[in-house]
Design a protein around this ligand. Structure first.
Ligand SMILES: [Zn+2]
Ligand SMILES: [Zn+2]
Length: 356
């Protein structure tokens, strides 16, 4: 992204020279590129949570009046942009085909995890990621990554909940018996079934749900963890120079996704109390109490690595550098690896055939 395209937002103007300022991940402050003026930002963390019951009614009107939603015709990303900002470049793909859509900016973020990883460091993260990939050609591993990376904030909901579950189910334990006699004598594995039932209480803290659509749930899982409990209170200055995506999942609907994340963890906690080999069935009924949420913006570097006419999208967690994404694969390396696996399998088969 070219510097002049970034921001022309009143609040981010340098008090000494009037040039645009941007958030600098290395110093966690607003920095002017022209005169080196630095404004330190508050790292406040109120730890405040909000009740899900009031979620629909809590709307910050001034936030809605100051911001609008711009949609990128090229990649479909919806960005929340301050109306004073002149930026006409999509932070997700670099396209200039952005149009205002008739949609409100919605809720104001409660918290933000500021960028900690710089743009250069994000490229270095991808380089290290490539080096660990078996199928990535060595010629690519040696390259100096010099592609475009865009810093964007992804919307997320985090939920806390007290859960009370009642359950009943049937588990099985294996045991062996000796059957037959004489030459026919052999051992067989049988299963002894028993029923279980009870109640369990599990508390969940900051269950993270992706509220945007520009990166999918699988990708976000690969970028996690984000330290949402230590996020900063939201302050628009952190956005200077970065894009922020509009949420497409409402806070109420997001809680359904949170339940999907909690359910297997509750099941695990129930099963951990027993010794068993198989689960015949397990029915769990859960009640959720004291549900609270926060609207947290998560920092992500999105890169497009281009080589031989092909482009590979990668993502870097802007807080800790965790990386995921696509990368070039060498057909030769894949074939060699497949041949190696076949050779090992054939070797094992031959070993057993010959030792019969
Ligand atoms: Zn300045
Ligand atoms: Zn776009």
């Amino acid at each position: 992204m070219a510097e002049e395209e970034r921001v022309a937002h009143e609040e981010y103007k340098c008090p000494s020279c009037g040039a645009p300022m941007h958030f600098d991940p290395a110093s966690h402050s607003l920095k002017c590129d022209y005169c080196d003026t630095v404004i330190k930002l508050n790292d406040e963390n109120s730890g405040q949570e909000f009740s899900l019951d009031d979620a629909e009614t809590e709307v910050d009107l001034s936030w809605q009046q100051e911001n609008h939603v711009l949609r990128c015709s090229a990649c479909g990303a919806e960005n929340v942009v301050n109306k004073k900002e002149m930026s006409l470049v999509c932070p997700f793909c670099g396209s200039t085909q952005v149009v205002e859509v008739n949609e409100l900016a919605g809720k104001k973020p409660n918290r933000i995890i500021p960028f900690n990883i710089t743009e250069e460091a994000a490229r270095a993260c991808y380089q290290r990621f490539l080096k660990k990939k078996l199928f990535c050609p060595s010629s690519v591993k040696k390259l100096n990554i010099e592609c475009q990376v865009n810093g964007v904030y992804i919307p997320s909901w985090t939920y806390d909940a007290d859960t009370y579950s009642s359950y009943h189910g049937r588990l099985g334990e294996h045991y062996t018996v000796t059957v037959g006699s004489g030459k026919d004598r052999r051992t067989e594995v049988r299963t002894r079934y028993f029923t279980i039932s009870g109640r369990i209480q599990v508390f969940f803290d900051d269950v993270l749900v992706n509220a945007g659509s520009s990166i999918n749930n699988k990708e976000l899982e690969k970028l996690e963890p984000y330290d949402t409990n230590n996020s900063n209170d939201f302050n628009e200055s952190f956005l200077a120079g970065f894009g922020s995506e509009h949420y497409s999942l409402t806070v109420k609907n997001g809680f359904n996704r949170a339940k999907e994340i909690m359910a297997p963890q509750i099941k695990r906690r129930i099963l951990d109390q027993y010794t068993y080999d198989v689960v015949d069935y397990l029915n769990v009924k859960t009640q959720y109490d004291n549900v609270t949420y926060k609207y947290v913006l998560l920092p992500v570097w999105i890169g497009n690595f281009k080589i031989k006419e092909k482009s590979y999208r990668f993502l870097v967690n802007g807080e800790n550098g965790k990386t995921t994404g696509k990368y070039p694969m060498s057909a030769l390396r894949i074939s060699l690896f497949t041949l190696f696996i076949i050779a090992v399998v054939v070797g094992i088969i031959l070993y057993f055939v010959l030792s019969e």
